[in-house]
Design a protein around this ligand. Structure first.
Ligand code: MG
Length: 172
């Protein structure tokens, strides 16, 4: 009846690139060095959704060797992941995310990121404000994130079955 999913993503940060989080450009002097727009929040969310329904990961659905995904907005990746969840007979109940980033203050932007993520999900399901949680932490100056060289995101999702399960073989 329920499924959980866990997603993780990270990207190296470089000067002079835009920083996208949850489909929103956040003011920053550094951005993700990535094949697509490098949106760690949406990439981790996609992996959590694909994982919850046993449908692989974002790299299998959108290989970075494929030029179609170069510079692509991650909104499109999330829309595809939501379609896969819906086609598997599940609905997203809530998501809980943590972004780890050292030198960019995210607290003024968290509300807007939540709204943007809810907006992308809206054509599929309407999630309440308390069903989309985005938290932000530093890494206390430890490791590559703590040195300001990288950004990470972790996302957990809960899904609930919307359609009846297929009857098991021989149980009819
Ligand atoms: Mg990524």
């Amino acid at each position: 009846m329920f499924r959980v999913g866990l997603g993780f993503d990270n990207h190296r940060l470089v000067e002079g690139k835009p920083l996208y989080l949850g489909g929103l450009e956040v003011p920053s002097t550094v951005g993700a060095d990535a094949h697509s727009d490098g949106d760690v929040l949406l990439h981790a969310l996609c992996d959590a959704l694909f994982g919850a329904v046993g449908q692989g990961d974002i790299g299998e659905h959108f290989p970075d060797s494929d030029p179609r995904w170069r510079g692509q907005s991650s909104d499109l990746f999330l829309q595809r992941a939501l379609e896969v969840v819906r086609d598997s007979g599940y609905r997203l109940v809530n998501l809980d995310a943590t972004i780890q980033l050292q030198n960019v203050r995210l607290s003024p932007h968290k509300g807007a990121i939540v709204e943007r993520v809810r907006q992308i999900i809206e054509p599929f399901w309407t999630l309440g404000r308390d069903a989309v949680s985005v938290k932000a932490k530093t890494k206390e100056r430890c490791d590559s994130v703590g040195r300001g060289e990288a950004i990470e995101a972790l996302v957990a999702v809960l899904l609930v079955r919307e359609t009846a399960e297929e009857p098991a073989e021989g149980s009819r």
